[in-house]
Design a binder for this molecule. Structure first.
Ligand code: UN1
Length: 498
């Protein structure tokens, strides 16, 4: 489906596809699909001011009523699931199943947020003083800035937006410059959900289109108390420091360098399927992509061979075509980074299987690649970095402790998995001395998390948590209140004063 057809199906003004100078290309064939207008600094200023006003109104709307707005939004997402999925495919290059899966992830988080809107629980705490009560209340925070990446051009916003909105906040969304149409489409459906919903103020949700400077302006703005940023560690290091400088809050969901450990007791059929999905799904461009495998030496040869066979049979090509499993990389730069990683691996003695550009004659302006497997002898330095492409480093190990230590020896700490049928191995992996990642799975790969759990990771991944569990607390401010209903003024800790 063309961008024009998609916009038509969503009831969106076609004019939005050509109202500016910023060129949007599809990674499918590199062709231009739109020219959109970016926001000027003055436009951003006006949007932030509107967001502040919208927040002042929205925070007094009862939370279950706020949930009702998200219920409407979720209904629109259901109605337009395949069209939105097609837009993700067109703009980010995901295969159809993954594009639609991303929309499903948005629908799921809407359902979660609707339930949450009646469960923003605080606590009551036993006071040490007579006739006093002590309690904790969660209050809305303010305008929330969401900075999102190209690889989940809708769902990552939705994780943040749906929670932030039921928590009583307004939204300012700066999507990746590579995927502005996905943002325009989501914003349009959100505005539709607001139609006839009288207590939803104008400006409750706004999109700001722009590059790095726009992200910096949001990060520096004291009127935006929370910035939730998803992207590279380099981006997060800058955004996090700027937000901290003004004592703002940030939720950082940055790079991953996720590993799967395969022990000798593992069900290799499951392991191979999970590794292939984790390493080549979304063409290796998920933050949860499997980037490293540690396999116990006894089964290493068999596993490597099975992976090589599976890789040789991968259907690579147009992501819209039924049967394709590996679509294009986002752009030429991603391809150059992949090439660089493979070259360094070769120089360091790794055996590289696969890699290289394919279908270049058919798509001279798009970047399809054969996913690469690297069998590493010793340490491969660049396996410590996240190359956002389908590059999988495979290492053999002898003892589980060694595998866990090597898995943990990278700067990032997002997702991890073990394949084993031995309960001791599984529990050791999940123990305090095991995986140091925010996500640790047993017989489930590193990517494709459900929305119900808190999503995020440790160390250079940024420490933030989004999506399910109690991640909502990150979008609210906690207030501790002590109420004295006695005629005395006893001081805490038994202090006597005067
Ligand atoms: C991301 O790549 O930024 O677990 C998010 C997964 C998805 C989300 C990935 N649910 O792979």
């Amino acid at each position: 489906m063309s961008a024009a057809r998609i916009f038509e199906a969503l009831g969106l003004d076609q004019g939005r596809l050509s109202d500016g100078d910023w060129v949007v290309c599809s990674p499918i064939d590199g062709a231009e699909i739109a020219r959109v207008a970016l926001d000027s600094p003055e436009a951003l200023e006006a949007k932030v001011a509107r967001s502040v006003e919208a927040f002042a109104q929205w925070r007094i709307v009862p939370a279950p009523r706020r949930g009702e707005l998200i219920r409407r939004f979720g209904a629109l997402l259901r109605e337009h699931k395949s069209t939105l999925g097609a837009l993700i495919t067109l703009e980010a290059g995901k295969i159809t199943a993954e594009g639609e899966g991303e929309v499903q992830e948005m629908i799921d988080i809407c359902d979660f947020a609707v339930g949450l809107s009646r469960q923003l629980y605080g606590r009551t705490i036993a006071s040490e003083r007579p006739e006093h009560s002590l309690r904790e209340t969660w209050h809305p925070l303010g305008p929330v800035g969401v900075i999102s990446a190209f690889n989940f051009p809708m769902a990552v916003w939705a994780w943040n937006a749906t929670l932030a909105v039921v928590c009583g906040n307004s939204l300012l969304w700066k999507p990746s410059e590579k995927t502005p149409l996905c943002a325009i489409a989501c914003q349009h459906l959100f505005t539709q959900a607001m139609a006839g919903f009288d207590d939803a103020p104008d400006g409750l949700s706004q999109v700001v289109l722009g590059g790095r400077e726009t992200g910096v302006a949001l990060a520096d703005d004291v009127r935006v108390p929370l910035i939730s940023a998803t992207g590279s560690c380099a981006m997060g290091r800058q955004v996090g420091a700027r937000v901290a400088q003004r004592f703002g809050k940030s939720i950082l969901e940055l790079g991953g360098n996720n590993a799967i450990i395969v022990t000798a007791s593992a069900d290799l059929d499951l392991a191979v399927r999970a590794i292939v999905f984790g390493a080549v799904g979304t063409a290796g461009q998920r933050c949860t992509t499997t980037r490293r495998v540690f396999v116990q030496r006894e089964v290493a040869r068999v596993l490597f061979e099975r992976l090589e066979q599976a890789y040789a049979a991968l259907p690579i090509g147009d992501p819209r075509k039924a049967g394709t499993l590996v679509g294009p990389l986002i752009d030429a730069r991603a391809f150059a980074q992949m090439e660089h990683a493979l070259q360094v691996a070769r120089e360091q003695g790794g055996k590289v299987v696969g890699g290289g550009r394919v279908l270049a004659d058919r798509y001279p302006d798009a970047y399809y690649v054969q996913p690469a497997l690297i069998e590493g002898g010793g340490a491969l330095d660049n396996s410590f970095e996240e190359t956002f492409a389908p590059v999988l480093y495979c290492f053999a190990y002898d003892a589980l402790d060694e595998a866990i230590a090597r898995q943990n020896a990278v700067p990032q700490g997002l997702s991890s998995a073990i394949f084993t049928t031995d309960v001791r191995e599984a529990e050791r992996f999940l123990a305090a001395t095991g995986s140091d990642c925010g996500i640790a799975n047993v017989n489930v790969g590193t990517s494709g998390a459900e929305i119900g759990g808190a999503f995020g990771g440790e160390k250079a991944t940024g420490g933030g948590r989004e999506s399910g569990s109690d991640a909502w607390r990150g979008y609210m401010r906690r207030q501790t209140a002590t109420v004295n209903y006695s005629d005395e003024l006893p001081l805490a800790q038994g202090v006597r004063f005067g």
